[in-house]
Design a protein around this ligand. Structure first.
Ligand SMILES: Nc1ncnc2c1ncn2[C@@H]1O[C@H](COP(=O)(O)OP(=O)(O)O)[C@@H](O)[C@H]1O
Ligand SMILES: [Mg+2]
Length: 269
C-alpha cells in the first residue's frame, strides 16, 4: 500500500505550504490511485513548494527537473557516460524515480523538447512502464512512483502548449495566487515581516495583477512579494525593495516601470 498521508505539518523537515483549496486531498488521492497530476498556474504561485511539501509529507524522494528548450528525453531517462575508461549507464532523474520509487516533478514541462512526451506517455497510462531503448530494459513503475508536471498556461507562446492527447492523461488542477488573507499569512510566515507591511505588499500586488496581460506579461507573484519582504526585513528602504523585488523583475520598459512606481506610490499613500 502507498504510504498514508499523516499529519506531519509540525515536522520541521516538511517545507511550509499554505493550502488554498483542496489541493492536498487531490494530490493524496492521485498518489493513492497512482495517477499522474498536472498543476497549472502562473509563475511564483506556490506549485513547486506544494510538490516539495507533499513529497516530504508522504516521505518519498522528490526528483525535480526544471524543463527548458534543450531538455531531451535522454536528460530524463539517462545516458551512457565514460567513467575511468569504462562506459557506464547513468540513470536520469525520471529513471531513478521509476527504479527506486519517488515523485518525479517536471517543472514547466511545455518547455521541454517534443521527444520528452514520448517517454512520458507509457508512464501515464495504466501500464506505468518506462522502456529504456538504450539499455534494453523495460521498467515497471513501483506503487510509490508518481509523475507530477506543471506549466504556466498564461504564457503568450501558442506553440508552447501541452498537446490535448498528453494533457488528457493527467488529473489536473489550477493554481492561482492565494486570496489576500492567505497571501499575507504566507509572506509573514516566510519572512517574519509584520502584518501591516505584508498587507501593503499584497495590496500592491493586487493592483499590479490587474494590469497583467495589458502591459505586463507576468503578474507580480507571491514569490516576488516574499523577496520584497525579505529585503525589507534586511532594512532595505521601501522604494529600493519594491524596485529590486517587484518593478525591475516585471518589466524592462521605462514607461511601464514609471507607471508601476506611480501606482505603487498611490497605494502606499
Ligand atoms: N501557498 C503557499 N504556501 C507557502 N509558500 C508559498 C505559497 N505560495 C507561494 N509561496 C512562496 O512563494 C515562493 C514561490 O513559490 P513556487 O512554489 O516556487 O512557485 P511556482 O513553482 O508556482 O513558480 C515560495 O518559495 C514560497 O516562499
Ligand atoms: Mg516552480
Amino acid at each position: 500500500m502507498p504510504t498514508a498521508l499523516k499529519d506531519f505539518t509540525q515536522h520541521s523537515d516538511v517545507p511550509f505550504y499554505q493550502p488554498t483549496g483542496n489541493e492536498e486531498q487531490l494530490f493524496q488521492t492521485a498518489w493513492q490511485q497512482r495517477l499522474p497530476l498536472l498543476l497549472k498556474g502562473p509563475t511564483g504561485c506556490g506549485k513547486t513548494r506544494f510538490v516539495s511539501h507533499m513529497a516530504a509529507k508522504l516521505g518519498v524522494p522528490l526528483y525535480t527537473v526544471s524543463c527548458h528548450d534543450d531538455l531531451t528525453a535522454a536528460d530524463l531517462t539517462g545516458r551512457y557516460l565514460i567513467k575511468g575508461g569504462e562506459t557506464v549507464w547513468v540513470d536520469g532523474p525520471l529513471t531513478r524515480a521509476v527504479r527506486h520509487g519517488g515523485i518525479c516533478y517536471l517543472d514547466e514541462v511545455v518547455e521541454a523538447r517534443k521527444d520528452v512526451t514520448v517517454v512520458l506517455h507509457p508512464l501515464t497510462d495504466d501500464r506505468r512502464i518506462l522502456p529504456l531503448d538504450r539499455t534494453g530494459e523495460l521498467l515497471e513503475a513501483p506503487e510509490n512512483f508518481m509523475l507530477v508536471v506543471s506549466y504556466n498556461p498564461g504564457y503568450q507562446n501558442l506553440l508552447k502548449q501541452l498537446k490535448p492527447s498528453t494533457r488528457q492523461r493527467f488529473l489536473a488542477t489550477e493554481f492561482d495566487f492565494p486570496d489576500a488573507e492567505t497571501e499575507t499569512a504566507v509572506i509573514m510566515r516566510e519572512t517574519g515581516i509584520d502584518a501591516e507591511r505584508a498587507r501593503l505588499l499584497v495590496r500592491i500586488a493586487g493592483n499590479i495583477r490587474k494590469l497583467t496581460g495589458i502591459d505586463l506579461e507576468e503578474a507580480a507573484s507571491t514569490r516576488l512579494l516574499v523577496y520584497c519582504a525579505t529585503l525589507l526585513m534586511a532594512d532595505i528602504a521601501f522604494d529600493d525593495a519594491v524596485n529590486a523585488a517587484i518593478i525591475e523583475p516585471l518589466s524592462d520598459d521605462a514607461d511601464i516601470k514609471a507607471g508601476l512606481r506611480e501606482a505603487i506610490g498611490i497605494i502606499r499613500g
